[in-house]
Ligand binder design. Structure first.
Ligand code: NOJ
Length: 767
């Protein structure tokens, strides 16, 4: 087994994807940078070089047990290369001042931060942003985030997080773009562009750090930080492309993931960090570890701090976040011959280059402007944009009897543990979110309806029946107060409130910290205590709309069968409440489409649309057939497929028309479809193109997303949507890891989601 894997790794070096990148010519600018850095490094002692590799935390957001100590004196001694989790022009200036006035060589620090989905103006969580399928919009969220963060002292963000994930149990699916390789890659590119712009030396652009390299989203059993064991087929075809897309888009840095990959944790994985990332992909920036990623190698069982630090450096991991393994052991490893001065020089150079590219040697304080912080953060334009964006991310899962949109009249009862909290709105990983412009759902709905409708409220239930679970799920100041009355009394009050209303809006689901880092769940249903509330509300006979807050696909089969309308609102950021009001009351027509499959139950997970066919596929529409690949107790179907989302209007799709039934290498064909708005409201539709390679030298997925277009149609309006398909779109990494398109028959599918498609077929011919 081991031998076979090794052989494949060797194959990966020698073929296709594995080919080393040709050396690009050095530009005048690069040569100026090289000279500057060489002259600087000539003055540096080994200790000072090692100091550049040390990344400490300023402590504003803690994601591990360790913290950095004695930071100021370390900076003065040249023992720190960068700080993260320290913001505001004043504090950043203070730290930078120590570096550029007190340290011997006055080398500026780089300032990192987890700017994940916005900064103080917070946008919806990344899984929600992906549901907008709107690349320019997503790019602009990154642009705004960069503007605000850079105005507050930051020049480096630990984003985008591009981990493909197909396991809804994993809490961090909320931080990524979902299950799909193609959609994830497109988003990776635009986010890098949004942060970095065209010119990193501008004071409103920041360096991006693509993470978590690699395969972090495939942790076994969806348990955070767990082992990943993966075939090269799946790696190269499904999981690696989004990282590569971010690297190709020019991401200045990469973060190594915490997880073990086929026996070697990413932090110390030379194959991954050097052979794939640098040699195959030509990455020129620097790699940082994740939070204490280096010292955690001790727990992984790779040796003591000196051993694991030396191994990480040699693997191609340049910056050590929080562990201080590099700072405290590399010099000894140099003396012991475990690392070479070339290893240290190389890492130091890459970090100095990043600082140079950011323009920090010209002006170390360029991101420290109180004036910019006052003017450019939480501006009315940013807040308005945040509201628009959020409205584009909600997914209408069900709208029985067209209950939605609601009328701005009569009485609306807003009920549920998530109705009266502001702190829960921004979602996980929004460390800098500023709540002063954030409303609870009740406030948001009141704001949208004004005095036209009456809004009532009752809490209805606790978040979870268990107080400890509720406490764990509401950390970081995102507290949802507990109601200590008996459950029956809380429900009774809610039912009485519902009875006074014309319609009930049930605000249920997850708290924001029920997804995100270290928030894996084995039960991905709506907590039972909330379900009991929902049952009671339905029994009143009033129309009930479920406004579902979640950071992951939930298993909501019961809700889907029993509640007439479901609007999935994820965690929508600073302006979530207003945006929910906009959509509920019809000022905005929902257009979000799922970027991750919703399962019927947790036992189906991992569940994703682009699965392989198997040798014993289940016939379409069947539930169970003996000796087929299926379950006894549930069909293979998802509850809501990838790409799914309804609108207040309806769209019809014409047949798929191909310009030709054969595609020649070097040429392209078009696939056209006419989409018509058959309803009464103007609406946006995401038209999706999928292909299937019917015969391959390796097994190919039953469907693969290859393109999408978001269009807007007035009632009765039709548009012809055209997709171009070329040989390149049909390529995949074959068994020898060569990136090839194999001649033969292909299906083309176009539709409103990955399930309800129209199809046609063509042949890729040899010549
Ligand atoms: C740990 C997380 O895994 C990573 O995503 C984050 O960027 C770092 N902590 C820094 O806060």
């Amino acid at each position: 087994m081991k031998k076979a894997t090794t052989l494949l790794y060797i194959a990966a070096f020698c073929t296709g994807v594995a080919q080393a990148q040709p050396k690009p010519a050095v530009t005048a600018q690069q040569s100026k940078m090289n000279t500057f850095i060489s002259q600087l490094m000539a003055k540096m002692t080994v200790d000072e070089k090692i100091g550049q590799l040390n990344l400490v935390t300023g402590g504003e957001a803690k994601t591990g047990e360790a913290v950095s100590n004695g930071v100021e004196s370390k900076i003065a001694q040249g023992q720190v290369g960068g700080i993260f989790s320290l913001t505001t022009p004043g504090r950043v200036r203070q730290a930078q001042q120590i570096a550029v006035t007190k340290s011997r060589l006055k080398i500026p620090l780089i300032f990192g931060q987890d700017v994940i989905h916005g900064y103080k103006t917070t946008f919806p969580i990344p899984l929600a942003l992906a549901a907008s399928w709107d690349l320019p919009l997503i790019e602009k969220t990154a642009r705004v985030a960069a503007t605000e963060a850079s105005a507050d002292g930051i020049n480096w963000t630990f984003s985008p997080m591009v981990d493909v994930s197909r396991d809804a149990r994993w809490g961090r699916v909320s931080e990524g773009s979902g299950e799909d390789t193609y959609l994830g890659s497109q988003i990776a590119k635009v986010m890098v562009r949004g942060y970095q712009g065209d010119d990193l030396t501008e004071n409103n652009t920041i360096m991006s750090c693509v993470k978590h390299f690699a395969l972090y989203g495939a942790a076994e059993s969806g348990r955070d930080y767990n082992t990943t064991d993966m075939s090269l087929d799946r790696m190269y075809n499904d999981y690696l492309p989004p990282y590569k897309a971010a690297v190709d888009a020019g991401a200045g840095s990469v973060m190594a993931s915490f997880n073990d990959i086929n026996g070697v944790p990413a932090t110390a994985n030379k194959w991954l960090l050097t052979d794939v990332l640098r040699k195959q992909w030509g990455f020129k920036g620097f790699v940082t570890s994740d939070y204490t990623g280096v010292s955690e190698l001790i727990e992984h069982g790779l040796g003591d701090l000196q051993q694991v630090s030396a191994r990480s450096l040699k693997a191609g991991m340049e910056m050590d976040m929080v562990s201080e393994g590099y700072l405290t052991t590399l010099k000894k490893s140099l003396q012991d011959g475990k690392v070479t001065i070339a290893d240290i020089n190389n890492a130091c150079r890459l970090i100095l280059e990043a600082k140079y590219k950011l323009g920090l040697f010209d002006d170390p304080y360029k991101y420290c402007s109180e004036e910019r912080a006052k003017k450019e953060i939480l501006t009315p334009e940013h807040l308005k944009f945040a509201r628009d964006v959020a409205g584009q991310t909600f997914v209408l899962l069900k709208n029985g009897g067209n209950i939605l949109p609601l009328k701005k009249s009569g009485t609306v009862a807003v009920i549920g543990p998530l109705a009266n909290t502001k702190a829960n709105m921004p979602g996980t990983w929004s460390v800098n979110a500023d709540l002063s412009n954030t409303m609870s759902l009740i406030e948001g709905l009141k704001n949208v309806v004004g005095n036209k409708a009456n809004i009532l409220y009752s809490v209805g239930s606790n978040l979870t029946a268990d107080a400890t679970l509720q406490k764990n799920a509401t950390m970081f100041g995102r507290d949802i107060p507990r109601d200590n009355r008996p459950e029956e009394d809380i429900i009774k009050e809610a039912v009485a409130t519902a009875q006074k209303a014309d319609v009930v809006v049930a605000a249920l689901g997850e708290s924001s910290e029920m997804s995100g880092e270290s928030s894996s769940r084995t039960d991905i249903e709506v907590p039972e205590v909330q379900r009991r509330l929902l049952e009671a509300l339905l029994k009143t006979g009033k129309p009930v709309v479920l406004v579902l807050f979640t950071g992951r696909p939930l298993a909501i089969k019961w809700e889907s069968e029993n509640v007439p309308a479901i609007l999935n609102v994820w965690f929508g950021g600073t302006q979530a409440a207003n945006a929910i009001g906009d959509v509920l009351f019809g000022d905005v027509n929902p257009s979000g489409k799922l970027a991750m499959t919703f399962p019927q139950n947790v036992g189906q997970v991992p569940l994703y649309y682009s699965h392989k066919n198997t040798g014993r596929p289940l016939a379409q529409g069947a539930w169970f057939t003996k000796f087929r690949s299926n379950y006894l107790d549930v069909s293979n179907d998802p509850l809501y497929p990838f790409g799914f989302g309804l609108s207040y209007t309806t769209f019809s799709y014409g047949d798929v028309k191909l310009s030709s039934n054969s595609l020649r290498p070097g040429q392209s064909i078009t696939a056209k479809v006419t989409v018509t708005n058959t309803g009464k409201t103007e609406g946006k539709e995401v038209v999706q193109l999928y292909t299937r390679d019917l015969v391959g030298s390796s097994t190919r997925p039953v469907k693969e997303l290859k393109g999408f277009q978001k269009i807007s149609l007035k009632p009765g309006e039709s548009k012809e949507v055209t997709f171009t398909i070329s040989e390149n779109d049909l390529k995949f990494y074959n068994e020898a890891l060569k990136y090839v398109a194999e001649p033969g028959d292909f299906k083309v599918f176009i539709g409103p989601n990955s399930r309800d498609v129209k199809e046609s077929q063509f042949t890729l011919v040899n010549k």
